[in-house]
Ligand binder design. Structure first.
Ligand code: ZN
Length: 99
């Protein structure tokens, strides 16, 4: 989609990194610590590096792609392993049924 290659995304990613590093926030997916010594400037792929994860997926909420509050911390490895089955979709259906 190319959305993550733009300067706008790089800026937002840096903002999310600073916010999450300040809180030493763990990964929202596996709840393990994130290695905040790896900065967003690091272009080499590191599984334990911070990578912003969209809380509401871009596929269903494209207008929230560049909203900082829609980003939560995750490992690069965790974020990329999600594939085409968004966790959010599953959660939303589960909640709808519970109500
Ligand atoms: Zn993780």
């Amino acid at each position: 989609m190319g959305v993550k290659n733009g300067a706008r995304w790089r800026t937002l990613k840096a903002q999310a990194f600073d916010r999450d590093r300040t809180r030493n926030a763990p990964c929202a997916r596996c709840h393990q610590p994130i290695d905040y010594t790896i900065t967003p400037d690091e272009y080499t792929y590191r599984p334990n590096a911070h990578e912003p994860d969209h809380i509401k997926p871009r596929s269903t909420h494209p207008h929230l792609t560049y909203v900082l509050s829609n980003l939560r911390p995750s490992h690069a490895s965790c974020n990329r392993s999600r594939g085409s089955t968004p966790i959010e979709t599953t959660t939303r259906w589960a909640q709808a049924e519970a109500w």
